[in-house]
Design a protein around this ligand. Structure first.
Ligand SMILES: C[S@@+](CC[C@H](N)C(=O)[O-])C[C@H]1O[C@@H](n2cnc3c(N)ncnc32)[C@H](O)[C@@H]1O
Length: 396
């Protein structure tokens, strides 16, 4: 049982009411959904969270346009493989502040004007508070932009590229705990004026079978009492909806992830769930509900299984550091040395941002994972033409 963070403000009234209406106890997944996405009180739903080095947490595109400029040739490679003259879509799911969408649109417009001329930006953002800021940022976007909701996405007949940059880690997860020789689902429980995280009903049926079949967790009880971790039941429907959007195209997932053997290692006894706010990290997901971002790593094997089940063909992946080197980050660093020294402060800042993108202890450890979808030729193996550029040898 985990109890509230010492010194936390009282439980917000809205959450107390919601929990009481649910009988005083809900699966962690429901709690995470509420505190992130409730339209009035959720950290994203209300638009409260700000992304960037001066906001709650930084992401790669929030450090400057270089990340999008390095990614643009990858997007262009894929768009150029689609039938000539067909309308194209660049879909970004979970666009946050809209920085990546805006920067990629500018990079495509400048570097690949013919492709850009046929491409529309399609943004999928469930949270009205975030969508408001995206609309503001994208007012001068050089590509046509529209926002669609997830249901519409699942039925859209698009050809193009779907990007999922730091969005799958925000899908609500199921917390599980080893208790009395069984795997149990954790609930968030109302206790007096506070919250606690407690093992509740045992996992059963398909969830347990899935764990066994994927080999994710030892089902024999070799984890100690109280050991807990996460499962990702939201991935498969999410990936299936994205696959439904594409007649043909590619999905690029960029996110924190571990192999199952690392994710579910005996020593990782509290999973990967973390909270972020004002550039601070905290391992208590019950702290100040609705004020903090909650995020959990992806498990690579679960992601791949969910992607296959959703209709995607995996094309491979690597760490962000390797991907960005393959896309020319080292040449960019080198080119900075040729710039006039009178712009020293700006050059040093760009150098720092580029190095941060590949830092193996930070963003450089993110995974880039590519998937392909072609409804017209289901089952056809991928060709050498669509081998992702970011998986080629680094250009140093
Ligand atoms: C961590 S932010 C990432 C923002 C941006 N991609 C970036 O890297 O700067 C997560 C974004 O995903 C959105 N989001 C959360 N759940 C989502 C879902 N199920 N589908 C699409 N977007 C979602 C959030 O509202 C937010 O805009």
């Amino acid at each position: 049982m985990q109890t509230p963070h010492p010194g936390s403000p009282p439980l917000p009234e809205w959450l107390g009411q919601r929990l009481r209406a649910a009988g005083g106890s809900v699966p962690f997944r429901d709690y995470m959904e509420w505190v992130l996405h409730d339209p009035d009180h959720g950290a994203y739903g209300s638009g409260r969270l700000a992304i960037g080095p001066r906001g709650d947490f930084a992401t790669a595109p929030s450090l400057g346009a270089e990340f999008a400029q390095l990614l643009a040739p990858q997007v262009a490679q894929w768009l150029a493989l689609l039938p000539a003259e067909s309308p194209l879509a660049l879909v970004e799911t979970g666009p946050g502040e809209g920085q990546l969408a805006q920067q990629l649109a500018e990079a495509l417009h400048t570097g690949w004007p013919e492709l850009a001329g046929r491409t529309e930006l399609v943004l999928v953002e469930p949270n009205a508070g975030m969508a408001r800021r995206q609309r503001q940022r994208l007012l001068g976007c050089p590509l046509p932009v529209r926002w669609i909701d997830f249901d519409a996405l699942a039925r859209a007949p698009l050809r193009g590229v779907v990007l999922a940059h730091e969005v799958l880690d925000a899908l609500a997860i199921e917390r599980i705990e080893r208790r009395e020789d069984r795997w149990c689902r954790q609930h968030v429980v109302l206790r007096g004026e506070g919250l606690s995280l407690e093992a509740a009903e045992p996992l059963a049926g398909p969830v347990l079978d899935q764990l066994g079949s994927l080999g994710l967790l030892p089902l024999d009880g070799s984890r100690p009492e109280g050991w807990c971790s996460e499962l990702h039941p939201g991935l498969e429907p999410w990936l299936a909806a994205c696959a439904g959007a594409l007649v043909a195209g590619w999905l690029l997932v960029i996110d924190y992830a571990h192999e199952a053997r690392r994710y579910y290692a005996p020593q990782r006894s509290a999973g990967t769930l973390m909270a972020y706010r004002r550039q601070q990290a905290c391992d208590d997901p019950l702290r100040e509900p609705g004020q903090w971002d909650l995020t959990a790593h992806l498990c690579l094997e679960s992601l791949e299984a969910a992607a296959r089940a959703g209709g995607w063909q995996p094309l491979g992946g690597c760490r962000q550091g390797e991907a960005l080197l393959a896309l020319g980050l080292a040449s960019r660093l080198h080119a900075l040395q040729q710039e006039p020294a009178c712009r020293l402060a700006e050059l040093l800042q760009r150098r720092e941002s580029l190095l941060r993108l590949v830092d193996p202890a930070g963003l450089g450890d993110f995974r880039w994972l590519a998937f392909r979808r072609d409804r017209s030729v289901e089952g056809r193996p991928s060709t050498s033409g669509d081998r992702p550029l970011f998986l080629s040898a680094p250009s140093l």
